[in-house]
Design a protein around this ligand. Structure first.
Ligand SMILES: Cc1cc2nc3c(=O)[nH]c(=O)nc-3n(C[C@H](O)[C@H](O)[C@H](O)COP(=O)(O)O)c2cc1C
Length: 334
């Protein structure tokens, strides 16, 4: 649908049984993004959707658009995510997704934003293991498909994860994906390798690592520290450099010049897909600007690249600014 798919040759390094997951980003890793991304790049093994919420009736899910209509995108399995603290709502969501043919849903216990966390949702649930336990008891044995959890190390403190892990260990959870920060950090500060390292020993469930993998060197560093972890979820690193999963899997990459050409085609295809999706409304530019906040990091002078796009107001201005970026700046992803 979106043109030729580059196929890279598998060489060595990352173990064949290690998997890379696309992290969910509300407003960024949309259905459209996943569709276009997977038509250009290789290396991702599973795609997690940004969270769904307010599943008051199964019918309300029919109105949530394309996000829940494809169990695979580019041949890769999609995992719908739910943000909720209501077992019935989670069961309704799981049932709907199972009927649609999805093989897994994911529970969001990581969202850090106070308006969500203050209501004990997202990472706001992490200081309350007994409440999570109650919800999980109501889910055990009732889901027809896998149920994974994505969480942080805590909301206020990284001590919170330990009682929570003991709770998770007791329940039917197919995998635990941990972003190694606490909620209060939002996305700042550094990940806590020490605490995550302790989880590797204490967690009896399949465990995936998430947080600050921006390069092969970062990945090597984390995988040396957490030898027993097989699965890796990547967000900003992939948004900045869409080749990152292929790099981590040591696929053969196009030359830097060819990479730049491919990135140009990718952002153009994404932009046109959003124009179509929004019926040619200028909102398409706002969505692309948000994505450029990440992609600009891989060009020489990221700030100049981002500023030149940020001020565009019309389709013509946006297209000209993008053309100028590819004319004037180098693609410097590692
Ligand atoms: C704008 C934005 C939106 C996000 N939306 C979600 C979401 O819907 N669900 C979720 O579990 N995590 C969400 N995250 C967190 C990311 O999935 C990921 O856990 C985080 O960025 C750390 O991984 P990274 O260092 O590889 O980016 C979001 C993060 C950002 C910055």
């Amino acid at each position: 649908m979106f043109g030729l798919i580059p196929k890279y040759v598998f060489l060595h390094f990352m173990r064949i049984d290690q998997k890379i997951y696309l992290a969910p980003f509300q407003g960024v890793t949309t259905y459209t993004f996943r569709e276009v991304y997977t038509s250009f790049f290789t290396g991702i093994d599973k795609l997690y959707t940004p969270f769904f919420t307010a599943v008051h009736k199964a019918k309300s899910l029919d109105k949530k658009g394309a996000g829940l209509n494809s169990v695979k995108q580019g041949g890769i399995g999609v995992v719908p995510q739910i943000l909720s603290k209501d077992a019935d709502e989670i069961l309704r969501f799981a049932d709907y997704c199972a009927k649609k043919g999805f093989r897994e849903i994911n529970w969001n216990l990581g969202c850090p934003y106070p308006r969500i966390a203050n209501k004990k949702r997202g990472s706001g649930m992490l200081p309350f293991p007994e409440e999570a336990h109650k919800i999980l008891l109501e889910l055990d044995g009732k889901l027809e498909i896998d149920f994974s959890v994505k969480c942080r190390l805590g909301y206020y403190s990284d001590e919170e994860i330990f009682p929570m892990i003991d709770v998770f260990n007791e329940h039917d959870i197919s995998e635990l994906i941990v972003h190694a920060r606490i909620g209060k950090q939002l996305y700042g500060g550094s990940v806590n390798k020490e605490v995550f390292g302790k989880l590797v020993d204490r967690c009896m469930l399949p465990l995936a690592y998430n947080g600050d993998i921006f390069s092969k060197a970062d990945f090597d560093n984390f995988s040396e520290s957490f030898g027993l972890v097989d699965n890796w979820m990547i967000g900003r690193g992939l948004l900045r450099n869409p080749f990152l999963p292929a790099i981590l899997k040591s696929y053969e990459l196009p030359s830097p010049e060819e990479q730049k050409t491919l990135i140009y085609k990718f952002v153009t295809t994404l932009y046109l897909a959003y124009r179509k999706k929004t019926s040619d409304r200028l909102h398409a530019i706002s969505i692309m600007k948000e994505y450029w906040g990440y992609l600009s990091c891989s060009f020489s002078s990221p700030q100049k690249v981002f500023n030149s796009l940020k001020k565009t107001r019309t389709f013509d201005e946006y297209e000209e600014a993008v053309a100028a970026v590819f004319r004037n700046y180098d693609w410097q992803a590692n």
